[in-house]
Design a protein around this ligand. Structure first.
Ligand SMILES: Cc1cc2nc3c(=O)[nH]c(=O)nc-3n(C[C@H](O)[C@H](O)[C@H](O)COP(=O)(O)OP(=O)(O)OC[C@H]3O[C@@H](n4cnc5c(N)ncnc54)[C@H](O)[C@@H]3O)c2cc1C
Length: 317
């Protein structure tokens, strides 16, 4: 007989949510992921416009822990990811930088397909009580998860709530440039990382990276410049950054552009534990990059940690 509701609902189909869903499902729980976007991947995002493809959120990831490394090796064997480079500076540090084989969404898409995870897309969760379950894993940026919990009257105790409320985020503006021709000044792999530039964080040639068949450059402004241009109209953002980015275009004309604003690009402070869990019937866990390190691998580890705690709670009831 079919269950009337899943054992666990995961809010968000970024890497932390899908990691949590896979782990919970591997323990035999019935899981459903609900995602407000049209596709999976979250901030591991790839967008198409004007006939070109752009990675416009995370540009790459590293893998250090054994469980993530194992996943990446399997994903690599299955053609979902590829090694991009061993470092962006003139002297590579030897650590592999990985990316999705056809854009950063490839990894999460593969994780969903391989484990046959049920994902309901284009559905925004506002009130958890509308989708009954014995457990919830919330993986949106913490302020957004707290808003859902408040509306659902499922907040943690006041002390934990206050501590969670202190997690703040830095913004990033991404400028997506469809070019008339391929720019010539990029290194062979196509990525330029700025570790201490006041205005730029990353510039990427998506064509050299293997993401786009057509000339397409992504520019990530630094957090401080993103903050100061945040309210400006798109055209002004482009105008005010033209002098900054023209060196990387080697004289090639821009035929089209889009601006993406990431309000929650990355947390400024990270929670001390990889997840936070409370309650029973339902049990609630928060997960995501704000809990185990502000990167793709940290988000993955946090999703696993949340799933372990939820599994313990579900198994004891
Ligand atoms: C511009 C930028 C550059 C970055 N560069 C790198 C990098 O080079 N290397 C690296 O390792 N990391 C990088 N990161 C960080 C990395 O992308 C994140 O750490 C990681 O992808 C976060 O995964 P997550 O699952 O925790 O969150 P997310 O990927 O944000 O997933 C959360 C999901 O929840 C969904 N959601 C939110 N609210 C609701 C709701 N109410 N109902 C339903 N669904 C909802 C969202 O749509 C989203 O899909 C970058 C991030 C940005 C923005």
């Amino acid at each position: 007989m079919n269950k009337v509701h899943p054992d666990a609902i995961v809010v968000g189909a970024g890497i932390s949510g899908i990691a949590a869903a896979r782990k919970l499902q591997s323990y035999g729980h019935v899981v459903e992921v609900i995602e407000k976007g049209r596709g999976v991947g979250g901030r591991m995002a790839t967008r198409r416009f004007a006939g070109a493809s752009f990675d416009h959120g995370a540009q790459f990831f590293t893998s250090r822990g054994s469980e993530f490394t194992e996943l990446i090796e399997t994903a690599n064997q299955n053609g979902a990811v590829k090694k991009w480079t061993n470092g962006f500076s003139d002297k590579p540090d030897g650590y592999a930088r990985w990316c999705g084989s056809s854009g950063m969404t490839s990894l999460v898409k593969w994780m969903v397909a391989e484990a046959n995870i049920k994902v309901r897309t284009a559905t925004t969760v506002n009130d958890l009580r509308d989708t009954p379950a014995n457990a919830y894993v919330l993986t949106a940026p913490v302020p957004q998860s707290l808003a859902i919990l408040s509306f659902s009257q499922m907040l943690p105790n006041p002390r934990t709530h206050i501590q969670l409320s202190s997690i703040s985020y830095k913004p990033t503006i991404a400028i997506l440039l469809r070019l008339e021709d391929s720019p010539s000044m990029f290194p062979e792999h196509g990525g330029i990382q700025f570790l201490d530039h006041p205005d730029l964080a990353f510039v990427s040639d998506n064509q050299r990276k293997g993401v786009s068949d057509e000339p397409a450059v992504t520019v990530h402004l630094s957090n401080s410049l993103s903050e100061s241009l945040w309210e400006h109209p798109d055209q002004d953002v482009l105008t005010e950054t033209t002098a900054l980015i023209e060196d990387y275009l080697s004289g090639v004309a821009i035929s089209d552009y889009q601006i993406q604003r990431w309000r929650y690009a990355g947390p400024e402070n990270v929670w001390a534990d990889p997840t936070v869990v409370w309650g029973s019937k339902p049990t609630i866990a928060l997960a995501g990059e704000a809990f185990a390190g502000p990167k793709v691998e940290g988000a993955f580890r946090s999703g696993l940690a949340a799933a372990e705690k939820i599994n313990t709670a579900l198994s004891s009831t």
